[in-house]
Ligand binder design. Structure first.
Ligand SMILES: Cc1cc2nc3c(=O)[nH]c(=O)nc-3n(C[C@H](O)[C@H](O)[C@H](O)COP(=O)(O)OP(=O)(O)OC[C@H]3O[C@@H](n4cnc5c(N)ncnc54)[C@H](O)[C@@H]3O)c2cc1C
Length: 290
């Protein structure tokens, strides 16, 4: 049986309390949200925090709602709540698409949106979706609050721009006249992605006014297919341009071979899924698909 190394355990009762505890225990402390990524790593001794600060009682971080021109998603919102949210489904079908394919109901009932982003696993579906949506992350430390563009948040595999002692509070996504979709290939239902692509399109007068393309599990820097975005921005809405964007996304990502497949297969999927996600987002923009 795998057993973690000994650690202190504290239950935070408020954001302020969590921040105070993080400061008291120092850089070797970690917050625990759903625990679905952190606890397995502790059991495997890949992570050995000296103190765990449990933030599950912070109900102030568990709401989803429109706030001005943004959708606000609390860091402690569970995957299942994001999937069930009517306002999310209405404005951001990309998040509903992604959530339907994340793990299984057991993981979705416990795992959190904030934990997914802070884990910065290169295969994390929500990281690619929020990168395509150009979300902003609100974080707080004892010195105050700041916002980080999600595209600057992912510093590398399992590394984020969070400073020691900072807590992710909220994810903010601008609500704009846009259409979006997420496409993923997994080996079996509930598995991590072999590859996945997220597409967000802002279309005006049959032209792509703006575009966000995210990629998961294929080594795209910051989960973003920037070259494909640059190629598509300003172009006419056409299948040829979506295929071309897919080709460019495939060319510029950097997958690694592993038990989920060889490099060529993942690169092929990155291209094909990018094209499919763009097609589906465009169909939604035209009202041809829900
Ligand atoms: C069997 C299984 C299958 C899965 N399949 C998928 C999948 O297909 N796709 C997918 O995307 N994910 C998948 N996951 C991961 C799942 O989405 C996890 O819920 C998620 O990675 C972590 O969320 P958590 O709340 O459990 O985070 P935790 O494990 O509690 O924390 C993860 C990390 O984030 C930090 N953290 C958490 N919350 C905060 C916060 N508010 N502020 C600062 N730091 C914070 C923790 O300190 C820790 O370092 C799977 C997980 C399992 C166990």
């Amino acid at each position: 049986m795998q057993v973690p190394a000994p650690f202190q355990y504290e239950k935070a009762t408020s954001v302020e309390h969590a921040l105070t505890l993080l400061a008291r225990y120092g850089p070797e402390s970690r917050v625990v949200a759903g625990g679905h990524s952190l606890l397995p790593m502790m059991k495997l001794r890949l992570a050995h925090p000296e103190a765990l600060i449990d933030i599950n009682d912070l109900t102030e971080l568990s709401s989803i709602g429109l706030d001005g021109s943004d959708l606000s998603i609390g860091a402690m919102v569970r995957h299942a709540d994001l999937l069930a949210s009517a306002v999310v489904g209405e404005h951001f079908p990309i998040l509903r698409d992604a959530e339907k394919m994340i793990a299984d109901p057991v993981v979705r009932n416990r795992g959190t949106v904030g934990g997914s982003l802070c884990q910065a696993d290169p295969s994390e579906d929500l990281s690619a979706a929020f990168a395509a949506l150009r979300a902003r992350l609100v974080v707080q430390g004892l010195d105050g609050r700041r916002e980080i563009d999600v595209r600057d948040f992912f510093v590398g595999p399992y590394q984020t721009a969070l400073d020691d002692g900072e807590l992710l509070l909220e994810i903010r996504v601008p609500v704009r006249p846009q259409a979006s979709a997420y496409e993923k290939v997994e080996r079996r239902a509930g598995d991590w992605a072999v590859a996945a692509a997220a597409a967000v399109l802002e279309i005006y007068d049959d032209r792509v006014m703006d575009v966000g393309i995210g990629l998961a599990a294929v080594g795209a820097a910051g989960f973003v297919a920037r070259e494909a975005e640059d190629n598509l921005r300003g172009a006419p809405v056409s299948d040829e341009r979506f295929v071309e964007a897919g080709r460019i996304a495939a060319e510029n990502c950097n997958p690694s071979a592993d038990q989920r497949g060889p490099v060529d297969y993942k690169r092929h999927l990155a291209g094909e899924l990018t094209t499919r996600a763009l097609r589906r987002a465009a169909a939604r923009a035209l009202g041809q698909e829900a």
